[in-house]
Design a protein around this ligand. Structure first.
Ligand code: FE2
Ligand code: FE2
Length: 197
């Protein structure tokens, strides 16, 4: 299937608002791939499919995972807002035969995780820094960071998510905390360097 064909399918399935977001992530993921020396084609493909199950019901996402033999762990069941990352990865493999590294990037796009590949990092970050987002709330800084270091941007994004989700009283997926813990050293070193300049 060509990228164009996949694009048409995604467009026909998603709401207009979500599809606009997806196109923003495609653009941003490609931009970050070019800055950081990752494969822009894979970045676009991962971005195009990253929210492909986001508008499906929880039940149908769970059903698809179980049909494909994928176990959904309790941490993910407790955070239904991140389930679409796992089910999206499952569907990307099943329906669009994406390579494993693309599926992995989709799987981690909502929570991040420790020791991510460049492709995983850039999708995690691009989901938030895509041009359609409201840049009033700290995203400008995140976008600047992402151009210099994807690791530092991932730490900052995880920190922002922890802050936002706990303010909302929502259960936080442990991988978000792991992402912050794993990458925060890079972030603080970068900030120290910037302060010294
Ligand atoms: Fe998502
Ligand atoms: Fe998204």
């Amino acid at each position: 299937m060509t990228e164009e064909e996949i694009r048409e399918i995604i467009k026909s399935e998603l709401s207009e608002r979500r599809y606009r977001h997806v196109l923003g992530v495609v653009k941003e993921a490609e931009r970050l791939a070019l800055i950081h020396g990752a494969d822009p084609e894979k970045a676009r493909l991962a971005a195009l499919l990253h929210d492909c199950t986001k508008e499906d019901t929880i039940e149908s996402q769970l059903k698809m995972c179980s049909e494909c033999g994928i176990m959904v762990d309790n941490d993910t069941l407790a955070c239904p807002q991140v389930l679409h990352a796992l089910s999206g990865a499952v569907r990307a493999k099943r329906d669009f035969s994406v390579p494993d590294d693309v599926a992995e990037a989709i799987r981690t796009h909502a929570t991040g995780g420790p020791s991510m590949t460049k492709l995983q990092l850039l999708l995690y970050v691009a989901d938030l820094t895509e041009p359609g987002r409201d840049f009033a709330d700290g995203l400008k800084d995140l976008r600047r960071l992402s151009e210099v270091s994807l690791e530092a941007a991932a730490a900052e994004e995880a920190r922002m998510t922890l802050e936002r989700e706990s303010a909302r009283g929502r259960t936080i997926h442990p991988d978000t905390r792991k992402t912050y813990e794993y990458y925060k050293k890079t972030l603080s070193e970068m900030r120290k360097r910037n302060d010294a300049e």
